[in-house]
Write a new protein. Structure first.
Length: 285
C-alpha cells in the first residue's frame, strides 16, 4: 500500500506530494502556480521535469481549457508522443467530458463524467450512441489520469476529497472537512468599524455577530451544492442569498469585514472578489 505525504505552504496551497511504497520514496510531484498563486499551471517530478501542463481560460478562475501530459517523462513536454486533452465544462464549471487534442483521434471523446450532488465523480467510457447519454462501462478512476472535475477543482483519488484552496470538500459526507476560516465577525452596530485583529469600539457600544457565509461553518454551498460553487473555500457563489445587497462599486482597497460599504452604510461581511485579486463586488448587509 502506498503512503502519500503532502506539503502545503502558509496559504494552504498544495506544493509537493511524496509517494512512498514499501517504506521508500517512489515518486515526487511538485505543484507550480501562476502569478496570482491561485491556479496550478504545472506539475513537475522530483527532477523538475514537467509531468503535466494545465491551460486555464479567462472567463472563470477554474475554467480549464486543456491539460498536456509528458508521457515519456523527459525534458520536452510538448513532443509529438506526448498527450493533450481538452476539458469540456458545463454551466456550473463541472468537467463533463474529455476529447483528444492531438493525433489521428483528435476531437474524439475519451471519457465522460457525472457527479453526485456534492461532487463525488463517476467516470464512464465507450459512449454507445455518441450523444453523451449512453454509457457502456463505469470505471473506478480516469483512464488518462485526469483529476480535475467537480466545479473545475482538483480531486484527490487517494482520499476522495476535493481541494477548494482554503478547504477540502468531502463529497461523500456532503460537507467541508475544515470549518470556515472566515467564520464569524463581530461588528459595532453604531460605528460599523472593525479591524482585522478585532473590533475597535468604545465601552458601551452595542455589538452584533455576523456569519460571513452562513451559520453552519461546515456546510458546502449553503446546502445547495448544485447551483452554488466555492472556488476559494471561503465564500459561496451563486448560493441561496445571504447578503441582502451586493454593491458592484464597492472598492476592495483597504476594506476589511466589518467596515462600511454601500451608499446606506451597509456593513461589509465578505470581500468576495479580493480573494482572487480582482475588484468586482463586496458582500454587504
Amino acid at each position: 500500500m502506498a503512503v502519500l505525504k503532502r506539503f502545503y505552504d502558509a496559504r494552504v496551497r498544495l506544493i509537493t506530494v511524496q509517494t512512498y511504497e514499501e517504506g521508500s520514496l517512489a515518486r515526487t510531484d511538485q505543484y507550480h502556480y501562476n502569478i496570482s498563486r491561485q491556479q496550478i499551471i504545472e506539475v513537475r517530478d522530483g527532477s523538475a521535469n514537467v509531468e503535466r501542463h494545465i491551460v486555464h481560460g479567462t472567463r472563470y478562475i477554474d475554467e480549464i481549457v486543456c491539460r498536456e501530459v509528458n508521457e515519456d517523462a523527459d525534458t520536452d513536454p510538448l513532443e509529438a508522443t506526448d498527450s493533450r486533452y481538452f476539458l469540456h465544462q458545463d454551466a456550473t464549471w463541472n468537467v463533463t467530458f474529455l476529447t483528444q487534442g492531438k493525433g489521428e483521434d483528435k476531437g474524439a471523446k475519451v471519457e465522460y463524467y457525472r457527479y453526485d450532488p456534492y461532487g463525488d465523480p463517476h467516470v464512464f467510457i465507450d459512449d454507445q450512441d455518441g450523444n453523451g447519454t449512453g454509457y457502456a462501462q463505469e470505471i473506478f478512476h480516469s483512464s488518462v489520469g485526469n483529476v480535475i472535475g467537480h466545479k473545475g477543482r482538483w480531486h484527490e483519488p487517494a482520499t476522495g476529497l476535493i481541494e477548494n484552496r482554503a478547504r477540502h470538500n468531502n463529497p461523500r459526507l456532503g460537507r467541508w472537512m475544515q470549518r470556515d476560516p472566515l467564520g464569524v465577525i463581530v461588528s459595532a452596530a453604531s460605528t460599523r468599524e472593525c479591524a482585522s485583529g478585532g473590533c475597535g469600539v468604545s465601552t458601551g457600544t452595542s455589538l452584533r455577530t455576523q456569519y460571513v457565509d452562513g451559520p453552519n461553518l461546515y456546510a458546502f454551498g449553503r446546502a445547495n451544492p448544485v447551483a452554488g460553487r466555492d472556488p476559494s473555500g471561503l465564500v459561496c457563489q451563486y448560493c441561496p442569498i445571504y447578503f441582502t445587497t451586493c454593491w458592484s462599486a464597492c472598492s476592495c482597497a483597504g476594506l476589511v469585514p466589518g467596515a462600511t460599504c454601500g451608499p446606506n452604510g451597509e456593513v461589509c461581511v465578505a470581500i468576495i472578489s479580493c480573494v482572487f485579486g480582482t475588484r468586482q463586488c463586496c458582500g454587504c448587509q
